[in-house]
Design a binder for this molecule. Structure first.
Ligand code: NAP
Ligand code: GDD
Length: 346
């Protein structure tokens, strides 16, 4: 029997890499897509399958983590063996602007989905394995290195919501015997990273500065240190967690941390640029409460899951810069009107 997986947040960075991985392993993948006035499926267009095709293995459903009836309908339709709850308002700074929405999507959304799963398992007597996307932000102000035994000290509405979701997961595991695995992933990036996260904001700017499309890059705190890995490596750990014999809580990290300044240095110098000529500090990007230093100790996951990251910091930065140099060069062609476009207004 083909396995069925349901992914919330399939249109996000991790959802797209995870879908590719699960399809390559023979799964049928169901994904939740939010209604939007413009297309929000750019990261999964390359694996999209027409609904009119027989036997397709990628099935998209309109739903939202704020709508439990819709979630129930999707769980019934997908009959999943595994659920990956990746959907979230995932931007830390935005969570200070929209705290209530962040709590609704990230904390309450997880509770809604867990409750669907609880009923589904009770009625159907099926086992559904549930993966909750926790975050190193939950450690917040705790001293590095952080591991499964480090006490949480969340520093933003986003992090508080993720801590709540984490504990909902543990409570449903203990109360109803459900297979719920909490992962605590440290930052992971890729060429598909959202453009307002600092790494991608930097690499997009490198490409555009190189092509003469912009000159300045405005950033906030350059001293923050993060443990940055590659999203492609991390989705393998996600999948492995649900294949493990026991549910549990796992930290996934590279074990190396770099500052935003070091990321800048690496990214700009790879393109032959000097970051100090282009970067200016804009205090509006400072956070009311900052997380200064995240550095993960993932020994438990490495041992139990036989997993380790394959992509170094340098390789990751270069992969992102090279991608964004290509994008900027395309943008330059459009800018110079060298592209023949089918848009009749041009
Ligand atoms: P992302 O690129 O921001 O993707 C988030 C996904 O959630 C998108 O598909 C988004 O849909 C969807 N979403 C947002 N609000 C929703 C709602 N109310 N209902 C249904 N779907 C909703 O995030 P990511 O980097 O892939 O991260 C995946 C998960 O891991 C998130 O939960 C994030 O908090 C967590 N996490 C990420 C990292 C990291 O470094 N990347 C580290 C630790 C934990 P749209 O495309 O329509 O916006
Ligand atoms: N976004 C952003 N924009 N961050 C900036 C900027 C800027 O202009 N300038 C400096 N920073 C600093 C932030 O203050 C923070 O300390 C660091 O860069 C990283 O910021 P983000 O890239 O926005 O990521 P994050 O660490 O806050 O959150 C990401 O990682 C978490 C895991 O630790 C997100 O993916 C979260 O969803 C995830 O849980």
């Amino acid at each position: 029997m083909r396995k069925s997986a349901l992914i919330t947040g399939i249109t996000g960075q991790d959802g797209s890499y995870l879908s590719e991985l699960l399809l390559s392993k023979g799964y049928t993948v169901h994904g939740i897509v939010r209604r939007s006035s413009s297309f929000n499926t750019a990261r999964i267009n390359h694996i999209y399958e027409d609904p009119h095709e027989a036997g397709r293995r990628l099935v998209l459903h309109y739903a939202d983590l704020s709508d439990s009836t819709g979630l129930r309908r999707v769980v019934e339709a997908a009959q999943p063996d595994e659920i990956f709850n990746l959907g979230a308002q995932s931007h830390v700074k935005v969570s200070f602007e929209n705290p209530e929405y962040t709590a609704d999507a990230d904390a309450m959304g997880t509770l809604r989905l867990l409750d669907c799963v609880r009923d589904h398992c009770q009625h159907t007597k099926r086992e559904v394995r549930f993966y909750q996307a926790g975050s190193s932000e939950m450690f917040g102000a705790a001293n590095p290195p952080q591991s499964e035994s480090t006490a949480f000290y969340p520093r933003s509405p986003y992090a508080v919501s993720k801590v709540a979701a984490h504990w909902y997961g543990i409570n449903y595991r203990e109360a109803y015997g459900l297979f719920i695995t909490n992962r605590i992933l440290f930052n992971h990036e890729s060429p598909r990273r959202g453009e307002t996260f600092v790494t991608r904001k930097i690499t997009r700017a490198v490409g555009r500065i190189k092509e003469g499309l912009q000159d300045k890059l405005y950033l906030g705190n350059l001293d923050a240190r993060r443990d940055w890995g590659f999203a492609g490596d991390y989705v393998e750990a996600m999948w492995k967690m649900l294949q493990h014999s026991e549910p549990g809580d796992f930290v996934v990290a590279t074990g190396e941390a770099y500052s935003v300044r070091e990321f800048l240095e690496e990214a700009f110098s790879h393109a032959g640029l000097n970051w100090e000529r282009h970067v200016e500090i804009d205090p509006s990007y400072f956070r009311p409460t900052e997380v200064d230093y995240l550095l993960g100790d993932s020994s438990k996951a490495r041992k139990a899951l036989d997993w380790e990251p394959r992509t170094s910091f340098k390789t990751l930065v270069r992969m992102m810069v090279d991608n964004d140099l290509r994008l900027a060069s395309d943008e330059r062609l459009v800018h110079d009107k060298k592209y023949v476009t089918s848009d009749p207004r041009r």
